[in-house]
Design a protein around this ligand. Structure first.
Ligand code: 0A1
Ligand code: ZN
Length: 881
């Protein structure tokens, strides 16, 4: 049942359904505006249930055509139908019965993109989380698992392809130019994993032989003519299938696995059983149109959806509070897959950057919630970086606390014990407790307490006693609904480095559990003492980011420089550089605000340039080092009274200074990393391009001349180089002849490729400065823009609001008014998309007072609007409180 505005769903209220659903038979007679859906549902009453309880089915904007009981029309007194629910009374106490429901739905008018809708002439579905109830009345909750048969009838010429979950049963003509196809999915599944696709699409085919020798047909459907752009996705799929067999012992379980790419999709992709539906952005790639980042995303998302077949589909969630059970775990699995396919350290740096810039921000603001929330008003708003990314980090911590072997045993036990179940987070954690004999109850607080822990660190070396003491204290700030927090179990990976960079192995340690280079911080305050330490060591803490915490640890520039130079953990080397850079950048902001010149010491420059010039380090890592903390990172570090213009100016001045100091190195890299070899999307080649392009940005900034970027644009033979040089031109030299020429060349070259034009939109939407507002208003009028398509909206308005701090946070507040107006307009068509856009304003209270006042006024306009969707109402209420 779609909750009324403001209605809260609570985990504490969970109880099983009164009726068990045994079978589902669906027949769709597809029509663009009037599709008829017949659902035959076989139920029986649960033994424990009240014998008089009615059957209450969920609906959302449904029109009921008829309802039958055991094939006979039910007396109208026995049921009540509204668009949101169907209640049937006087049902048998124990024996099975059949309810047949016919509804009429309009796929063409479905602009929310939930339920059955049409995208570019293709019928497709999106049922997670509560979309199935927009197709028929149903017990639409994840703990109702059933076996489905699906019949699809449609016009044959327009829809040669009729697909659903499971295995193909057969098809035939149906008269009047129609045909039908039948599908059967033998694996019981919840309704959110149902999918249907019909239309006319091109096909890329392959096969995969599973570890036990079964052949699986692999099919990727894309728009006609785009087939060559789906070959990388197919390759990624096969690699994912092999990896899951080798790493987690998981074999695929149907005869066929299908992926369909559609152009209108609210999220990245969806793991429907045997029939994944993807946003085409995460399927289509070739060197001319996709960047290295696009290739990496495609690989990761193909893997993610495929991995859901076991973590999500075979074992699903009991209720939506358990969302992290499938999402956090599956993100962990896709992260590990990408780490194995690419550079583990570089992958980890990217993950941590993303976690800090998105999840840490969420966790410290008005939208903070636990990884396993206990209440929600709108479940669509809980597909968050906390559930996904922090959920993954929690799984990663279980793996590091238990160690590789016990973690594997715990996962095996989970698959064995819960296959076919709708499980809970407690079920999952219990498997690891059972294999390790560890009490994981304190650890489980990671699922229940919101907020990022802060760990304060101080160290003391005693020369006489040869002891090294590490004092740790943990705190978590209050978050909405959780004023007081308990101490957590925080696994901190560490190393002690000698003056020459060698690792020191202490004779022993006391003060708490210390295992395999892991300090287990479990108390609010705890001192670990290392004995037999022959010299004052430098502590490298939270290596590889073993715990998602904020360290308050003031280390000297010398200590950080030593870590940056010698740590064997590349992540920690990058972290040390970041720790050198952030205070410099924050000081620079103060200097700008005080109208002083931006001056800083040499330690950062020296460490950074030494790493960049070190040929023994992989290029992708060196490129990461050159990507200094972003404007958003600096804002987060400052923590309040944010002036985005000052942050931008300070960062630019510091980068300019580094660029001038390292100009020779950067020019050398530009030449050294250039290649005539044909483009390949592998991690090594991508890393070389990343370093070349980072060096180009520094050279251009040192010389303050668009020439080199214009040259790079002219000779680019792949989208990575092309879009990078275009963005350097646009961001540093807006309005110049070179930039105008490149922008118009790009527009005409890719006029027929909407996904590539999204890059054109987003590069322009992120040009710094207050003119950004006029620019996006003009671009919204472009015939290439389409406000009904989520990818277009995200590329233009989303990029502006999330990734253009100086443009979006114009001091006069004008951008807030324009974007909030857009959000209100989008809310009428697509509430999920509108609510997501609105989260761009979740940090408004941290702005300096003038901007904060303007932001509040714009948000109040939204709050006062009539007819807000549940989605937007939920977010606005939380961010305004
Ligand atoms: N389960 C998908 C994410 C997803 C969630 C909701 C959607 O529609 C509202 C679509 C996709 C995943 O994790 O990939
Ligand atoms: Zn997922």
């Amino acid at each position: 049942m779609r909750t009324e505005t403001g209605q809260v769903t609570s985990l504490a209220d969970y109880r099983p359904t009164d009726f068990v659903l045994e079978r589902v038979d669906l027949t769709f007679e597809l029509d663009p505006t009037e599709t008829k859906v017949e659902a035959r549902l076989i139920f029986h009453r649960r033994e424990e249930a009240n014998p008089n309880a009615p059957l209450v089915l969920d609906g959302d904007e449904l029109v009921l055509s008829s309802v039958l009981f055991d094939q006979i029309e039910i007396d109208s007194e026995r049921y009540t139908a509204t668009p949101d629910s169907l209640t049937i009374r006087d049902l048998p106490a124990s024996e099975p019965f059949e309810i047949t429901i016919t509804t009429l739905i309009n796929p063409e008018a479905n602009t929310q993109l939930m339920g059955l809708y049409r995208s570019n002439g293709i019928y497709c579905t999106q049922c997670e989380a509560e979309g199935f109830r927009r197709i028929t009345y149903f017990p639409d909750r994840p703990d109702v698992l059933a076996v489905y048969t699906v019949n699809i009838i449609a016009d044959k010429a327009a829809n040669p392809l009729l697909l659903s979950n499971g295995n193909f049963l057969g098809g035939a003509g149906y008269g009047e130019g129609k045909h039908f196809a039948a599908w059967f999915d033998p694996h019981p599944k919840p309704s959110y994993l149902f999918a249907l696709v019909a239309g006319d699409l091109g096909l890329v085919e392959d096969t995969f032989t599973t570890v036990s020798g079964r052949e699986v047909a692999l099919k990727i459907y894309v728009e006609h003519g785009k087939e060559p752009r789906a070959t990388y996705a197919m390759d990624a799929l096969k690699r994912s299938m092999t990896w899951d067999e080798e790493t987690f012992g998981r074999e695929y379980d149907l005869d066929i696995f299908m992926i369909v790419a559609v152009s209108d999709f609210n999220m990245g992709a969806m793991e429907n059983k045997g029939l994944n539906i993807f946003n085409d952005k995460y399927v289509l790639a070739d060197p001319e149109t996709a960047t290295d980042a696009d290739y990496a995303n495609i690989e990761a998302i193909i893997a993610h959806e495929y991995f859901h077949n076991w973590t999500g589909n075979r074992i699903t969630c009991r209720d939506w509070f358990q969302l992290c059970l499938k999402e956090g775990l599956t993100v962990y699995r896709d992260h590990e897959f990408s780490a194995d396919q690419r550079s583990r350290a570089v992958k980890r740096i990217g993950e941590v950057r993303h976690l800090r810039s998105e999840q840490f921000v969420e966790d410290s603001g008005p939208l903070a919630h636990p990884v396993r929330p206990s209440q929600y008003k709108e479940i669509n708003n809980f597909y968050t970086t906390t559930v996904y990314e922090k959920g993954s980090e929690v799984t990663r911590m279980i793996a590091s606390i238990l160690g590789k072997d016990l973690f594997k045993q715990g996962m095996d036990l989970y698959f064995e014990r819960h296959d076919g179940d709708a499980a809970t987070v407690e079920d999952f954690v219990q498997c690891f407790a059972d294999v390790s004999n560890r009490n994981l109850s304190q650890f489980s607080l990671w699922y229940h307490q919101a907020g990022t822990p802060h760990v304060t660190v101080s160290c003391d070396y005693d020369t006489n006693a040869q002891t090294f003491t590490v004092k740790l204290a943990q705190t978590i700030a209050a978050t909405p609904g959780q004023p007081d927090k308990k101490p957590m179990h925080i696994p901190l990976s560490f190393a002690l480095l000698a003056n020459d960079g060698a690792m020191i192995a202490p004779a022993s340690a006391s003060g708490g559990e210390v295992s395999e280079n892991l300090l287990h911080l479990t108390e609010a305050a705890q001192s670990f003492v290392f004995h037999g330490v022959p010299e004052r060591p430098v502590l490298s803490l939270n290596r590889s980011f073993s715990a998602p915490v904020i360290l308050n640890f003031t280390q000297s520039s010398d200590d950080l420089a030593l870590i940056a130079r010698y740590e064997s953990d590349l992540f920690s080397r990058w972290q040390a550089l970041t720790d050198l850079a952030l205070p410099v950048l924050c000081e620079g902001v103060k200097q700008v605000r005080a109208a002083q010149p931006v001056l800083f010491n040499d330690a950062l420059k020296r460490s950074l340039l030494a790493i960049v010039a070190d040929d023994t380090l992989e290029p992708a890592f060196r490129a990461q080092a050159l990507a200094l903390p972003s404007e958003a990172d600096i804002a987060r570090e400052l923590g309040g009274d944010i002036d985005p213009d000052a942050i931008y100016a300070a960062r630019k001045a510091i980068i300019h200074d580094i660029a001038v100091a390292g100009l020779d190195i950067f020019k050398g890299l530009l030449a050294q990393m250039a290649t005539d070899a044909a483009y390949t999307p592998d991690a090594k080649a991508a890393g070389q391009r990343a370093l070349k392009n980072a060096a180009l940005a520094y050279v251009v900034q040192a010389e303050n001349d668009p020439l080199k970027a214009a040259e790079a644009y002219a000779k680019a033979n792949n989208m990575t180089d092309l879009s990078h040089s275009l963005s350097i031109l646009a961001h540093h030299f807006p309005g110049t002849t070179e930039t105008k020429a490149a922008l118009s060349d790009f527009e005409s070259r890719f006029a027929n490729n909407a996904l590539v034009l999204d890059k054109w939109f987003s590069i322009q939407a992120t040009i710094p400065g207050e003119d950004g507002l006029v620019r996006i208003k003009t671009l919204m009028q472009s015939p290439k823009f389409n406000a009904a398509n989520p990818n277009r909206v995200r590329a233009l308005i989303g990029s502006f609001a999330f990734a253009n701090p100086t443009g979006f946070h114009r001091a006069d507040g004008a951008s807030y008014s324009v974007v909030t107006e857009e959000i209100l307009a989008i809310d009428k068509r697509n509430p999920q998309l509108a609510a997501r856009l609105l989260t761009s304003m979740r940090t408004w209270k941290l702005l300096e007072p003038q901007r904060a006042g303007k932001a509040r006024a714009a948000l109040t306009t939204i709050a006062n609007a009539n007819d807000l969707s549940n989605d937007v109402r939920d977010i606005i209420d939380r961010i305004l409180t």
